[in-house]
Design a protein around this ligand. Structure first.
Ligand SMILES: [Mn+2]
Length: 326
């Protein structure tokens, strides 16, 4: 499966690595681990993302190897690159944000390594494996296929990629393969406690208190099978919390036994409401998101809807309740 990509790596010298907008731990960890592998092979590597690294993930990149794309500083590097590698993002150049336009025009060979089921006709060679729980698993297997070593830093980066994309080893794609790879990462120095603490336990006091406020406001419907709650901009301001700090709020309702679907409505800018839906896997909720121009997976989906919180909440709740009438 890796033959084509390995020969592209062996036959070239300078590489640009990139990933999707709003990079997550899988994107960043995959970039950092592959960059170090290529570096150890004597290659020139630049990591360029359209968006900056979120504060919670900065610990993965203590040497600041990941650069936020700037046309002035990076366009000449992109033009001269032999290979552009797109990680954790298939589907096309638009998924990469503003760096995507420039990369798409570059004369380099283009490769893609991903676990999402989207098109790869925008690159010359791709490994897409939708059975992989994270792109980090695929990077591990590529490095292994090339006989490379895993430094402590690579092990940390790939462990973080896998632990986050599997929801701490609970999502359906979590497999024996996932755990075999993770075992090797632990043997190479990955530190689960440190990674967990860095990713999940660096919240601001305000955001933890806001979580308390939201927990206190949860309502249920359909005999406790549905949990729903909302958050206004006014409350967000009162707690001094940014909307980027609301990771995990959408699934708080799933903490309750018997709840199959959670609906979280969050007042957004421009008179819109961001709706987030979660399911325990027994009911698909992405259909509701799609009717509002959104999308996602059967058990996690969302959309941006125009209208005031007051009317959107009952409207979407009615759609959720209708799922039980079928
Ligand atoms: Mn991923």
């Amino acid at each position: 499966m890796w033959q084509e990509i390995i020969s592209i790596i062996q036959n070239n010298r300078s590489f640009v690595l990139t990933s999707h907008v709003n990079p997550d731990c899988d994107a960043l960890g995959s970039e950092l681990a592959l960059a170090e592998h290529l570096h150890l092979l004597g290659k020139q590597v630049t990591i360029l993302n359209s968006d900056g690294t979120p504060a919670a993930f900065k610990f993965l990149d203590p040497k600041h190897k990941i650069r936020r794309y700037s046309p002035k500083r990076h366009d000449s590097i992109i033009k001269k690159a032999d290979v552009i590698a797109v990680l954790d993002a298939s589907g096309g150049w638009s998924r990469l944000g503003n760096v995507g336009d420039v990369l798409s025009q570059a004369p380099a060979q283009k490769i893609c390594i991903d676990h999402h089921p989207d098109a790869t006709d925008f690159v010359n060679a791709a490994v897409v494996d939708t059975d992989a729980a994270a792109t980090g698993e695929l990077i591990f297997e590529l490095v292994q296929a090339m006989g490379g070593n895993f430094s402590h830093h690579m092990a940390q980066a790939l462990y973080a990629a896998i632990v986050t994309d599997t929801g701490s080893f609970r999502f359906p794609k979590t497999s024996p393969r996932t755990h075999r790879i993770t075992a090797r990462l632990l043997e190479n120095g990955a530190d689960p406690l440190k990674i967990y603490t860095q990713i999940y336990e660096q919240n601001s006091l305000g955001s933890v208190r806001l979580r308390g406020h939201v927990l206190d406001s949860i309502q249920t419907a359909a005999n406790g099978q549905v949990a729903y709650y909302s958050l206004s901009q006014k409350t967000l301001k009162e707690y001094g919390v940014k909307s980027s700090e609301l990771d995990g709020f959408a699934s708080l309702g799933q903490l309750i036994g018997g709840v199959r679907i959670t609906l979280f409505c969050m007042e957004a800018s421009g008179g819109r409401v961001k709706i987030s839906l979660r399911s325990d896997g027994s009911v698909a909720i992405n259909g509701i998101a799609q009717t509002h121009g959104g999308g996602g997976h059967p058990s996690a989906a969302g959309a941006l809807v125009s209208g005031p919180l007051k009317t959107i909440v009952p409207e979407i709740l009615a759609q959720v309740l209708a799922l039980f009438d079928r």
